[in-house]
Design a protein around this ligand. Sequence first.
Ligand code: URA
Length: 242
Amino acid sequence: MAKITLDRMLQSQGFGSRKWCRELVADGEVSIGGETPTDYKQAVETDGLVFTVFGEDWTYREHVYIVLNKPAGYECSRKPSNHPGVLTLLPEQFTWREVQPVGRLDHDTTGLLLLSDDGAFIHAQSSPRRHVPKRYVATTHEPVTDALVAQLLGGVQLHDEPAPLHAVSCQRLGEHQIEIVLEQGKYHQVKRMLAAAGNHCDALRRIAIGGLTLDALALDEGEWLYLEAADLTLLAGGTDKG
Ligand code: URA
């Protein structure tokens, strides 16, 4: 059980500065269980708390874990320069909470992207020691040949890597489509591996991280949802969600 003052609670959930949160309370824009508190110093129990701001219901979350089906044309960097940032696809509260992408997808890559405001989670997920398989579907410029699949499985040398990188698994899906599973997350890894193997990536979509799959989540491009504890266990690998 944890109690904090109403203004702190609102601030922790991304509703703006402490001053602004106090004004929200004073203006009667916040309600809890049908009551509209007027004292921002009121202590509220955060466990299981559901509250309303501007008529919209929110559940208190100490941290948020989000999955987004990223569309093309959005940057994952904190300070996007050429395209809008992925955070513009999410409610403004998440920017205030300092939610950030867990790893990066290129601006033109689509598919599964995790975001969180839990530093320990972001750090653990991004650790090179953590071998979470990431599954991609690439559309290739040149036809997918058996030799390409064999090369990606056998390992390709990228100029700034000490040793060849290889796909954990690799499967031809069609004349110009290949599924590639990687355990590392090097810069532009799929595109560079395809280029090093003599092909070119025309489009790239991430379809799974560990056992969390885009199919099971049924998210359209640009849609997102909260990951709950059971979803987070899927990130370690294992079975598909759903
Ligand atoms: N590999 C790439 O080349 N780009 C991505 O966005 C992800 C993996």
